[in-house]
Each structure stands twice: as structure tokens, then as C-alpha cells.
Design a protein around this ligand. Structure first.
Ligand code: ADP
Ligand SMILES: Nc1ccn([C@@H]2O[C@H](COP(=O)(O)O)[C@@H](O)[C@H]2O)c(=O)n1
Length: 211
């Protein structure tokens, strides 16, 4: 591949547990060996180190205000200009940023993944392809219970309580309405190989035109 004039930016969104990460990983793996990077919106949750742990538990993590969207936009703009970034790292167990940062060199294909990446028009403007992974609520909650207990240090009661009181209403108010901005809606995300093949073919076609 010769160097592109501008990186290709792909946004992958959908509800929590829809399979966004799995779809993004599948695209990433397809282009492994090429110049590609993955940017997780979750890493851009606002720093809450000034708050006590009890106060952090009260934060609504499914509302657009929970994210440092200005920083995410700045980083995407820098990457589009082929500038490196130092991206924050998020600790779900502590509900705040960790002390670490990850130095990320620019790449020619950028995948941005997260529940609210299509909410901000400035971010949408930066994307060439917008994807919404559409998975039924019951499947998403089952996946989330399993993942949050195994990987994010949560209890069954806390996952259920958070889902019913916050995640579900915020999904209906903020996440699901962004489906209208998507170029592609993938049903039952994660293992939809036909959709992944269509997307990788489209990305290849953009790379061919821009080279
Ligand atoms: N099609 C699928 N079938 C079964 N399990 C899946 C599928 N897609 C994702 N998963 C599992 O569901 C969980 C949530 O998927 P993930 O891709 O992390 O979703 P999201 O990033 O949208 O929260 C993960 O444990 C993942 O392995
Ligand atoms: N401290 C936090 C931060 C976020 N969450 C939840 O993560 C969900 C988004 O991540 P997905 O990989 O599931 O898309 C979001 O629904 C938040 O509720 C959290 O529980 N705690």
C-alpha cells in the first residue's frame, strides 16, 4: 500500500454488549499487516480522580456528558493530520483514568468504537463510514452481565441495577437514536461475517481511490 493522502475513519457504534468491539476487532484483524489503529471511546471517559470512589459510583456513564469528547475529537483530528497522540487509559474497576497513557502513532485506517460516537456532529463529520451494530436488548444484557462480572469487577446485583436504572433509559434516549446517522446497520453484531466482508471490501475500495 502506498501512503494515503488522508486516513480513512470508520465509526462503529451500537448499544452496550451489541458486539461493537467484536466487529471492530474483526475489521482490525482483517487489515492486520496494514496501517490500522483502534480508538475506544471508553478510554475517553472523563477523569474522576478528584472524586471519591462512592461519588464515582453515582456518575451516569451512559450520558454524553460522561465523555471528554473534546479530547477525543482533538485526537481524531491529530491522527487525520498524521500526528501521533498520547491516549488515556481507563480503569472500569476504579471508574476513572489510570495513570498510564498509550502513545499511538498515526495510521492510514482509523476505527473509532463506542456507544456514543455518533452523538456529536463534530465527530460524525470526521468519519468516512458510520456503522451501527443492532442487537436485541435481551442478548445485550445477557452479554453485559457475563462480561461485567468476569472483566469489569462488578456484582450481578450492581449490573442489573445499573442496567434498569441507567443503561436502558440512556440507550433509548441517546444511543438508539444515533442509528439514523449510520451508513450501515449490522443486525446481531459480532459474528455477522457477510457484513464484515462488505465493510472490508468498501474500505479496500476507498484505499484504492485515495492512494
Ligand atoms: N455474535 C456474538 N455471539 C456471541 N457472543 C458475542 C457475539 N458478539 C460479541 N459477543 C460477546 O459478547 C460480549 C460483548 O461483546 P462486545 O463486542 O464487547 O460488545 P460491545 O463492545 O458492543 O459492548 C463479549 O464477551 C463478546 O465476546
Ligand atoms: N466506569 C464505568 C464506565 C462505563 N461503564 C459502562 O460501559 C458501557 C460502555 O462500554 P461497552 O463496552 O459496553 O460499550 C456503558 O454502557 C457504561 O454503562 C461502566 O459501567 N462503568
Amino acid at each position: 500500500m502506498s501512503k494515503l493522502v488522508k486516513p480513512i475513519v470508520i465509526g462503529v457504534t451500537g448499544g452496550s454488549g451489541s458486539g461493537k468491539t467484536s466487529v471492530s476487532r474483526a475489521i482490525f484483524d482483517h487489515f492486520s499487516g496494514h496501517s490500522i489503529l483502534l480508538l475506544e471511546q471508553d478510554f475517553y471517559y472523563k477523569d474522576q480522580s478528584h472524586l471519591s470512589f462512592e461519588e464515582r459510583l453515582k456518575t451516569n456513564y451512559d450520558h454524553p456528558f460522561a465523555f471528554d469528547t473534546d479530547l477525543l475529537i482533538k485526537h481524531v483530528e491529530d491522527l487525520i493530520d498524521f500526528k501521533a497522540i498520547d491516549k488515556p487509559v481507563y480503569d472500569y474497576a476504579k471508574h476513572t483514568r489510570s495513570d498510564q497513557i498509550i502513545h499511538q502513532e498515526p495510521k492510514e485506517v482509523i476505527i473509532i468504537e463506542g456507544i456514543l460516537i455518533l452523538d456529536d456532529p463534530r465527530l460524525r463529520e470526521l468519519m468516512d463510514i458510520k456503522v451501527y451494530v443492532d442487537t436485541d436488548d435481551d442478548i445485550r444484557i445477557i452479554r453485559r452481565i457475563k462480561r461485567d462480572i468476569e472483566e469489569r469487577g462488578r456484582t450481578l446485583d450492581s449490573v442489573i441495577e445499573q442496567y434498569l436504572n441507567v443503561v436502558k433509559p440512556m440507550h433509548n434516549q441517546f444511543v438508539e437514536p444515533t442509528k439514523r446517522y449510520a451508513d450501515i446497520v449490522i443486525p446481531e453484531g459480532g459474528r455477522n461475517q457477510v457484513a464484515i466482508d462488505l465493510m472490508t471490501t468498501k474500505i479496500h475500495s476507498i484505499i484504492d481511490v485515495r492512494e
